[in-house]
Design a protein around this ligand. Structure first.
Ligand code: HEC
Length: 212
Protein backbone atom coordinates (compact mmCIF):
# COMPACT_ATOMS: atom_id res chain seq x y z
CA UNK A 1 0.00 0.00 0.00
CA UNK A 2 2.83 2.32 0.96
CA UNK A 3 4.70 1.47 -2.26
CA UNK A 4 1.54 2.15 -4.23
CA UNK A 5 1.10 5.58 -2.62
CA UNK A 6 4.75 6.39 -3.33
CA UNK A 7 4.28 5.32 -6.95
CA UNK A 8 1.27 7.59 -7.35
CA UNK A 9 3.11 10.51 -5.74
CA UNK A 10 6.14 9.98 -8.01
CA UNK A 11 3.91 9.86 -11.13
CA UNK A 12 2.16 13.07 -10.10
CA UNK A 13 5.49 14.80 -9.45
CA UNK A 14 6.87 13.72 -12.84
CA UNK A 15 3.69 14.86 -14.60
CA UNK A 16 3.84 18.24 -12.87
CA UNK A 17 7.52 18.60 -13.72
CA UNK A 18 6.80 17.89 -17.40
CA UNK A 19 3.93 20.40 -17.40
CA UNK A 20 6.12 22.99 -15.67
CA UNK A 21 8.97 22.32 -18.08
CA UNK A 22 6.68 22.69 -21.08
CA UNK A 23 5.30 25.98 -19.74
CA UNK A 24 8.77 27.29 -18.97
CA UNK A 25 10.14 26.29 -22.38
CA UNK A 26 7.80 28.79 -24.08
CA UNK A 27 6.59 26.20 -26.56
CA UNK A 28 2.92 26.34 -25.48
CA UNK A 29 1.09 28.62 -27.91
CA UNK A 30 -0.79 31.52 -26.34
CA UNK A 31 -1.70 33.07 -29.70
CA UNK A 32 -5.41 33.83 -30.08
CA UNK A 33 -5.22 32.95 -33.77
CA UNK A 34 -4.06 29.39 -33.10
CA UNK A 35 -6.85 27.15 -31.74
CA UNK A 36 -6.34 24.83 -28.76
CA UNK A 37 -5.89 21.13 -29.38
CA UNK A 38 -9.43 19.70 -29.68
CA UNK A 39 -8.93 17.61 -26.54
CA UNK A 40 -7.83 20.60 -24.49
CA UNK A 41 -10.73 22.62 -25.91
CA UNK A 42 -13.14 19.87 -24.90
CA UNK A 43 -11.72 19.88 -21.36
CA UNK A 44 -11.96 23.67 -21.03
CA UNK A 45 -15.51 23.73 -22.45
CA UNK A 46 -16.65 20.99 -20.10
CA UNK A 47 -15.11 22.78 -17.11
CA UNK A 48 -16.82 26.03 -18.12
CA UNK A 49 -20.23 24.49 -18.80
CA UNK A 50 -20.24 22.46 -15.59
CA UNK A 51 -19.00 25.34 -13.43
CA UNK A 52 -21.54 27.81 -14.80
CA UNK A 53 -24.31 25.24 -14.36
CA UNK A 54 -23.26 24.48 -10.81
CA UNK A 55 -23.05 28.09 -9.69
CA UNK A 56 -26.16 29.24 -11.58
CA UNK A 57 -28.24 26.69 -9.68
CA UNK A 58 -28.31 29.06 -6.71
CA UNK A 59 -29.35 32.14 -8.68
CA UNK A 60 -32.87 33.29 -7.83
CA UNK A 61 -34.54 34.32 -11.09
CA UNK A 62 -36.92 37.31 -10.93
CA UNK A 63 -40.34 36.63 -12.47
CA UNK A 64 -40.56 39.78 -14.60
CA UNK A 65 -37.90 39.05 -17.24
CA UNK A 66 -40.39 39.44 -20.09
CA UNK A 67 -41.35 42.89 -18.81
CA UNK A 68 -41.03 45.41 -21.66
CA UNK A 69 -39.57 48.04 -19.36
CA UNK A 70 -36.79 45.73 -18.18
CA UNK A 71 -35.97 44.86 -21.79
CA UNK A 72 -35.92 48.56 -22.66
CA UNK A 73 -33.59 49.36 -19.77
CA UNK A 74 -31.21 46.58 -20.80
CA UNK A 75 -31.08 47.69 -24.44
CA UNK A 76 -28.88 50.76 -24.10
CA UNK A 77 -26.28 48.92 -22.03
CA UNK A 78 -26.25 46.00 -24.46
CA UNK A 79 -25.76 48.31 -27.41
CA UNK A 80 -22.99 50.27 -25.68
CA UNK A 81 -21.11 47.45 -24.00
CA UNK A 82 -21.95 44.06 -25.47
CA UNK A 83 -22.90 44.37 -29.15
CA UNK A 84 -19.28 44.81 -30.26
CA UNK A 85 -18.62 41.22 -29.24
CA UNK A 86 -22.10 39.63 -29.24
CA UNK A 87 -23.54 41.34 -32.38
CA UNK A 88 -26.67 43.25 -33.35
CA UNK A 89 -29.49 41.92 -35.56
CA UNK A 90 -28.36 41.69 -39.19
CA UNK A 91 -24.64 41.74 -38.34
CA UNK A 92 -22.58 38.65 -39.11
CA UNK A 93 -19.34 39.70 -37.43
CA UNK A 94 -17.39 42.66 -36.02
CA UNK A 95 -13.74 43.54 -36.24
CA UNK A 96 -12.98 42.57 -32.63
CA UNK A 97 -15.11 39.41 -32.69
CA UNK A 98 -13.17 38.06 -35.65
CA UNK A 99 -9.99 38.04 -33.62
CA UNK A 100 -11.26 36.71 -30.31
CA UNK A 101 -10.66 33.19 -29.04
CA UNK A 102 -12.95 31.80 -27.81
CA UNK A 103 -15.31 33.54 -30.25
CA UNK A 104 -18.09 35.35 -28.32
CA UNK A 105 -21.44 33.62 -28.90
CA UNK A 106 -23.84 35.38 -31.29
CA UNK A 107 -26.57 36.48 -28.89
CA UNK A 108 -28.88 37.58 -31.71
CA UNK A 109 -29.56 33.89 -32.36
CA UNK A 110 -31.54 31.52 -30.14
CA UNK A 111 -29.52 28.82 -28.41
CA UNK A 112 -29.27 25.38 -30.01
CA UNK A 113 -29.70 23.46 -26.78
CA UNK A 114 -32.79 25.33 -25.66
CA UNK A 115 -35.40 22.99 -24.20
CA UNK A 116 -37.97 25.40 -22.86
CA UNK A 117 -35.36 27.83 -21.62
CA UNK A 118 -33.05 25.35 -19.92
CA UNK A 119 -30.26 22.97 -20.95
CA UNK A 120 -30.24 19.26 -20.17
CA UNK A 121 -29.31 19.88 -16.55
CA UNK A 122 -32.53 21.83 -16.02
CA UNK A 123 -30.71 25.01 -14.93
CA UNK A 124 -32.50 27.91 -16.68
CA UNK A 125 -30.44 29.75 -19.30
CA UNK A 126 -31.43 33.05 -17.75
CA UNK A 127 -29.77 32.02 -14.46
CA UNK A 128 -26.62 31.01 -16.36
CA UNK A 129 -26.60 34.26 -18.29
CA UNK A 130 -26.95 36.26 -15.10
CA UNK A 131 -24.06 34.39 -13.49
CA UNK A 132 -21.78 34.78 -16.53
CA UNK A 133 -22.51 38.51 -16.92
CA UNK A 134 -21.96 39.11 -13.22
CA UNK A 135 -18.80 37.04 -12.76
CA UNK A 136 -17.33 36.80 -16.27
CA UNK A 137 -15.31 33.87 -17.67
CA UNK A 138 -11.63 33.58 -16.77
CA UNK A 139 -9.05 33.97 -19.56
CA UNK A 140 -11.70 34.78 -22.15
CA UNK A 141 -12.81 38.22 -23.32
CA UNK A 142 -15.95 38.00 -21.14
CA UNK A 143 -15.68 40.49 -18.27
CA UNK A 144 -17.14 40.29 -14.74
CA UNK A 145 -19.46 43.25 -15.27
CA UNK A 146 -20.30 43.51 -11.56
CA UNK A 147 -16.72 44.71 -11.04
CA UNK A 148 -17.36 47.70 -13.27
CA UNK A 149 -20.29 48.81 -11.14
CA UNK A 150 -23.34 47.04 -12.59
CA UNK A 151 -25.92 46.17 -9.97
CA UNK A 152 -27.80 42.86 -10.01
CA UNK A 153 -30.81 44.77 -11.32
CA UNK A 154 -28.80 46.23 -14.23
CA UNK A 155 -27.63 42.69 -15.02
CA UNK A 156 -31.18 41.25 -14.93
CA UNK A 157 -32.21 44.00 -17.38
CA UNK A 158 -29.48 42.76 -19.72
CA UNK A 159 -30.62 39.15 -19.25
CA UNK A 160 -34.18 40.22 -20.10
CA UNK A 161 -32.90 42.03 -23.18
CA UNK A 162 -30.83 39.05 -24.35
CA UNK A 163 -33.90 36.80 -23.99
CA UNK A 164 -35.85 39.09 -26.31
CA UNK A 165 -32.99 39.75 -28.74
CA UNK A 166 -33.32 36.71 -31.07
CA UNK A 167 -36.87 37.88 -31.90
CA UNK A 168 -35.78 41.41 -32.85
CA UNK A 169 -35.03 42.67 -36.33
CA UNK A 170 -32.85 45.70 -37.03
CA UNK A 171 -35.73 48.20 -36.84
CA UNK A 172 -37.04 46.87 -33.53
CA UNK A 173 -33.51 46.76 -32.09
CA UNK A 174 -32.77 50.37 -33.05
CA UNK A 175 -36.11 51.53 -31.66
CA UNK A 176 -35.70 49.84 -28.28
CA UNK A 177 -32.08 51.04 -27.98
CA UNK A 178 -33.13 54.61 -28.81
CA UNK A 179 -35.86 54.47 -26.15
CA UNK A 180 -33.63 53.07 -23.44
CA UNK A 181 -31.63 56.05 -22.24
CA UNK A 182 -28.31 54.81 -23.60
CA UNK A 183 -25.46 53.47 -21.52
CA UNK A 184 -26.80 53.74 -18.02
CA UNK A 185 -25.65 52.15 -14.80
CA UNK A 186 -23.41 52.72 -11.82
CA UNK A 187 -20.19 53.29 -13.79
CA UNK A 188 -21.25 56.41 -15.66
CA UNK A 189 -20.20 58.61 -12.77
CA UNK A 190 -23.37 60.54 -12.00
CA UNK A 191 -25.30 57.69 -10.40
CA UNK A 192 -23.43 56.25 -7.49
CA UNK A 193 -26.81 55.83 -5.81
CA UNK A 194 -27.39 52.84 -8.06
CA UNK A 195 -25.58 50.71 -5.51
CA UNK A 196 -28.44 51.27 -3.06
CA UNK A 197 -31.38 48.89 -3.14
CA UNK A 198 -34.37 50.33 -4.95
CA UNK A 199 -32.41 52.85 -6.98
CA UNK A 200 -31.73 50.59 -9.91
CA UNK A 201 -34.95 51.47 -11.70
CA UNK A 202 -35.20 55.18 -11.97
CA UNK A 203 -31.96 56.47 -13.32
CA UNK A 204 -32.83 56.57 -16.99
CA UNK A 205 -34.48 59.98 -16.95
CA UNK A 206 -31.32 61.90 -16.07
CA UNK A 207 -29.00 59.80 -18.14
CA UNK A 208 -26.84 60.61 -21.10
CA UNK A 209 -28.49 60.60 -24.52
CA UNK A 210 -28.57 57.35 -26.51
CA UNK A 211 -25.19 56.80 -28.06
CA UNK A 212 -26.35 56.09 -31.58
C1 HEC B 1 -14.70 41.84 -25.52
C2 HEC B 1 -15.73 40.91 -25.91
C3 HEC B 1 -16.95 40.76 -25.03
C4 HEC B 1 -17.77 41.75 -24.55
C5 HEC B 1 -17.63 43.25 -24.72
C6 HEC B 1 -18.84 41.08 -23.86
N1 HEC B 1 -18.68 39.73 -23.93
FE1 HEC B 1 -19.99 38.32 -23.28
N2 HEC B 1 -18.72 36.84 -23.85
C7 HEC B 1 -17.54 37.04 -24.51
C8 HEC B 1 -16.91 35.75 -24.76
C9 HEC B 1 -15.59 35.52 -25.45
C10 HEC B 1 -17.77 34.79 -24.22
C11 HEC B 1 -17.56 33.27 -24.23
C12 HEC B 1 -16.60 32.90 -23.13
C13 HEC B 1 -16.29 31.42 -23.13
O1 HEC B 1 -17.00 30.65 -23.76
O2 HEC B 1 -15.29 31.04 -22.48
C14 HEC B 1 -18.91 35.51 -23.67
C15 HEC B 1 -19.99 34.89 -23.08
C16 HEC B 1 -21.16 35.55 -22.71
C17 HEC B 1 -22.36 34.90 -22.27
C18 HEC B 1 -22.59 33.41 -22.13
C19 HEC B 1 -23.35 32.94 -23.34
C20 HEC B 1 -23.60 31.46 -23.37
O3 HEC B 1 -24.17 31.02 -24.35
O4 HEC B 1 -23.25 30.75 -22.44
C21 HEC B 1 -23.27 35.90 -22.02
C22 HEC B 1 -24.70 35.73 -21.56
C23 HEC B 1 -22.61 37.16 -22.29
N3 HEC B 1 -21.33 36.91 -22.71
C24 HEC B 1 -23.22 38.38 -22.15
C25 HEC B 1 -22.55 39.60 -22.32
C26 HEC B 1 -23.14 40.88 -22.00
C27 HEC B 1 -24.54 41.12 -21.48
C28 HEC B 1 -22.18 41.82 -22.28
C29 HEC B 1 -22.26 43.32 -22.09
C30 HEC B 1 -22.51 43.80 -20.76
C31 HEC B 1 -21.02 41.11 -22.80
N4 HEC B 1 -21.28 39.77 -22.78
C32 HEC B 1 -19.89 41.73 -23.25
C33 HEC B 1 -17.01 38.24 -24.91
C34 HEC B 1 -17.53 39.49 -24.63
Amino acid sequence: MKMFALGVAATVIVALAIAGGLAYSGSISVAADEPHHPMLMRLISTARERAVERHARFVVVPNDLTDADRIRRGAGNYDAMCAGCHLEPGESDTEIRKGLYPVPPDLTRAMDDDHEGADDSGVPHVAEHFWVIKHGIKASAMAAWSRGGMTDDDIWNLVAFIQALPEMDRTKYDAVVASSGGHSHGTTGAHHHDEEPGHGHDHDAHDEAPSR
